[in-house]
Every structure is written in structure tokens, then in C-alpha cells.
Design a protein around this ligand. Structure first.
Ligand code: HEC
Length: 189
């Protein structure tokens, strides 16, 4: 039985991006946690990869100030592709830059927990949805746009951030600090 569910889900995930008929293959309530974690990790890795490549290309083309407008997952089709399959992927943070990344109540609860206990991935089943939440830690290169104002962030980068995000809260971070979370929600059919 486990093998059956595993096979169905794996094949569904494998082709989810390419075909529309996959709605017939349900994400089942008895699908084991390990599979959601595996699929969640894969989606996060893919999205991170897409974002990183776009970011690096933008930095190379016009520097960090130019890249500010490119660090946005909504600009990339991967999010929409999975949304049609009942899977949503988003990033959130207690100190957010884009107001649309403001935490919902579940995200805020987990983010607050992460401040007081070790930030580790979590799987939460709630009201027909499986939530996979994974911490995002700051890396040294992120300081260019999320580090201390006037120290890590160049004046032209700060100007670009202020222009697009007048209420930005996402600065002042140090390497290894918790920057936010990935949140993947799988709707159970
Ligand atoms: C070129 C500047 C730039 C760099 C470098 C950068 N970011 Fe961002 N980051 C942004 C911008 C701009 C946003 C707002 C994106 C949006 O509008 O959705 C953002 C948003 C985020 C968010 C979503 C929550 C929020 O604050 O809205 C997270 C999480 C995040 N960044 C983490 C990182 C991490 C981790 C790194 C390093 C691996 C990084 N960023 C590097 C500019 C940058």
C-alpha cells in the first residue's frame, strides 16, 4: 500500500509541471509525512535555484541595486504551475520586505516558535491541508540587501529598496540568522 501511494505521488509530482490531467491523482490523507517532506524539499530547491539564477544574472547585468527588482518569486512561473495542482509555495518573515509576505496566523506561530527553539522543518496537518514549513537562514551574500543599513547595503541598493518597499523591515540581519520561512501548502483531496 505504501509503495502504491509512493509511486502514484512520485509520478504525479514528476509530471505535475507538464500535464493538466494530473488532478485525477489525489494527494491522499494517508500519504506519509516523509513524502510531503521529500516533495516539499524538492519544490523549495527548485524555487531557490530559479530565484538564485535570476538574482545572479541580474547582479551581473546591473549590480545589486538593479537586482532588487528581481528577488521576487512571483515573477517566476514555478509558483503558478504548482498552484493549479493544489500546492502553493511562499516565503514569509516576521520582518518582511514585501507586505504580501506578511505571516498568516500559522506562519506567525511557527516563526515565533523558531525564535525560542531550534528552527527545524515542520509538517503540520490542519483542516485538509498539509503545511510544510522550512527555515531560511541568512547567507553572507544576502547581506547586500538584508544586512545592516549603511554598513552592508550600498547607498544605491538602499535607494532601490526604499523606492519599491517604503515600509521595508527586512534589514539588519547577520549571517546564520533566521531570515524567514518557506511555506508549502498541499491541499488534500
Ligand atoms: C538584490 C537584493 C537581494 C538579495 C541579494 C537578497 N534578497 Fe531577499 N529580498 C529582496 C527583495 C527585493 C525582496 C522582496 C521580494 C518580493 O517583493 O517578493 C526579498 C525578499 C526576501 C524574503 C521574503 C520575505 C520578505 O522579506 O518579503 C526572504 C525570505 C528573503 N528575501 C531571503 C533572502 C536570502 C536568504 C537571501 C540570500 C540567499 C536574499 N534574500 C538575498 C532582495 C534581495
Amino acid at each position: 500500500m505504501r509503495f502504491g501511494v509512493f509511486t502514484v505521488l512520485s509520478i504525479w509530482m514528476l509530471f505535475a509541471a507538464c500535464t493538466k490531467k494530473q488532478h485525477d491523482q489525489p494527494v491522499l490523507a494517508d500519504t506519509p509525512d516523509s513524502l510531503y517532506i521529500q516533495q516539499g524539499d524538492q519544490l523549495i530547491a527548485q524555487t531557490f535555484d530559479t530565484l538564485s539564477k535570476a538574482l545572479i544574472a541580474a547582479v551581473n547585468a546591473g549590480g545589486f541595486a538593479h537586482a532588487v527588482t528581481f528577488c521576487n518569486e512571483k515573477a517566476y512561473p514555478i509558483t503558478n504551475t504548482y498552484a493549479t495542482e493544489g500546492i502553493t509555495i511562499r516565503r514569509s518573515s516576521l520582518k518582511y520586505r514585501n507586505p504580501s509576505n506578511r505571516p498568516d496566523s500559522l506562519e506567525a506561530a511557527v516563526l515565533n516558535d523558531f525564535l525560542f527553539s531550534e528552527a527545524k522543518p515542520r509538517l503540520i496537518r490542519k483542516e485538509g491541508i498539509v503545511h510544510y514549513i522550512k527555515p531560511i537562514l541568512l547567507q553572507p551574500m544576502c547581506l547586500n540587501c538584508h544586512g545592516k543599513k549603511g554598513e552592508h547595503i550600498l547607498p544605491e541598493v538602499q535607494t532601490a529598496i526604499d523606492a519599491s518597499y517604503p515600509d521595508d523591515q527586512a534589514t539588519g540581519y547577520a549571517p546564520r540568522e533566521l531570515r524567514g520561512i518557506w511555506h508549502i501548502a498541499f491541499a488534500i483531496k
